[in-house]
Design a protein around this ligand. Structure first.
Ligand code: PSV
Ligand code: MN
Ligand code: MN
Length: 392
């Protein structure tokens, strides 16, 4: 493709991109040492949606918001339907429903893999309730992350825990509607330090494969050991039709949940290249953020994160596929690498500014948000009440 048509094809694709923001990123969060509360932070799920609407207004590509239950709990299925309506009135939709079977005292030794069947029943009950919520909100995806695991060799039977996990997953799968999916997330350690029950993509893949087409793997970019080639995992899962989505964030050390693209923008580019190469750039793969903004202002940090994903996507879209294939066919290692690096080293910011102007928004989302006065408005208006957030 010539330079001009490659750019216009990239711009057209960028206009179709959708990046889901997480309700919990708008709320207070911290490390296990301290939560630094910020003024103006949302007190209710509705206020989180108000903030998310600002992100969508300034970026044009963040139309849905993921909920985390019970952090975003409201009363009854009517309450969730009303929340979905509230979102819709603000130009948003409700996205993935994230289950939470990791914050109750009962889950000390696990949730769906707990040795006590009563605890397993309680955890499964929550997961099924999350599907009820999806029915009310119209959400397509149920995101499952299990903190389940053991801290000491011999603490529990590794194989039996896999059996219990498989049983719970099968029950949830059964309950899914025709247009609903379950996304199984893996994480190599934390809070379990010896053996995590879903530690890696292989374990998630094996369970999803057995379950069927509505079970897909979700890749949280912060959930791997240092040095892991995440784009290889992405390529493989896409090839097998099992990549359901991403939880994007950055890591320097472990599950740091920093802004995506902040630690390693080159890795993000490589991931987006494999997404595009594997036909995953579309609605079947959910592009979600899973981040916590502990010390920085939250709404601009989310805007920045969305822009970082856009920039990586834009660069990946600019890879000259024909030139790359030719260099690969002829075994020209340096030429092939140069094709990728040329795309990565392109300054795509002017192109993205044009994309924004063409869809009728300000070319500079960060500046537009700063000018909007929203940051001061929420500080002035959101006084009193309890701030909703991690652990709320
Ligand atoms: C676990 O570390 C995780 O990545 C899961 O997606 C949780 O639901 C989320 O963090 C909460 O931030
Ligand atoms: Mn995650
Ligand atoms: Mn995580």
């Amino acid at each position: 493709m010539s330079g001009v048509s490659a750019v216009s094809a990239a711009k057209a694709a960028l206009k179709t991109q959708a990046i889901e923001t997480p309700s919990w990123a708008y709320a207070n969060s911290g490390t296990r040492f301290k939560v630094f509360a910020q003024p103006g932070v949302p007190r209710t799920p509705r206020e989180k949606l108000d903030d998310a609407a600002r992100v969508h207004e300034h970026t044009g590509v963040a139309p849905t918001v993921a909920l985390h239950i019970p952090w975003d709990a409201v009363d009854g299925s009517d309450g969730y339907a009303e929340l979905a309506k509230y979102a819709e009135e603000r130009g948003l939709g409700l996205g993935a429903i994230n289950s939470n079977v990791f914050q109750d005292d009962d889950y000390k030794l696990g949730s769906v893999t707990h040795p006590d069947p009563a605890v397993r029943r309680k955890a499964l009950g929550h997961l099924l309730e999350c599907v009820d919520i999806m029915d009310a909100t119209g959400s397509r995806d149920l995101k499952l992350w299990f903190s389940d695991g053991t801290n000491y060799p011999g603490q529990d039977d590794i194989r039996a825990r896999q059996d219990r996990l498989a049983e719970a997953l099968a029950a949830v799968y059964e309950r899914l509607g025709d247009n609903q999916r379950m996304l199984l997330e893996y994480k190599f350690f934390e809070p379990a330090f010896y053996a995590t029950d879903v530690p890696d993509w292989g374990t998630a893949y094996a369970h999803c494969l057995k379950l069927g087409p509505k079970a897909q793997v979700v890749v949280d970019t912060g959930h791997h050991a240092p040095g892991t080639n995440i784009e290889f995992i992405v390529a493989l899962l896409l090839r097998e039709g099992k990549l359901g989505g991403f939880d994007f964030n950055s890591r320097f050390y472990a599950d740091d949940d920093l802004m995506v693209g902040a630690a390693d923008p080159f890795q993000l580019f490589r991931i987006m290249y494999e997404v595009i190469r594997g036909g995953g750039f579309g609605p079947d793969v959910a592009f979600m953020l899973d981040q916590c903004h502990n010390i920085e202002a939250k709404i601009p940090a989310i805007i920045r994160s969305v822009m970082n994903v856009q920039e990586a996507t834009a660069k990946a879209l600019l890879v000259d596929g024909d030139a790359l294939a030719a260099a690969q066919r002829s075994g020209d290692v340096l030429a092939a690498n140069a094709v990728l690096m040329d795309a990565y080293n392109t300054d795509v910011r002017p192109m993205l500014a044009e994309v924004r102007e063409e869809i009728g928004i300000d070319p500079d989302p960060m500046a537009a948000y700063a000018r909007s006065g929203w940051a001061q408005k929420i500080v002035d208006e959101r006084v009193g009440g309890t701030q909703a957030g991690w652990g709320a």
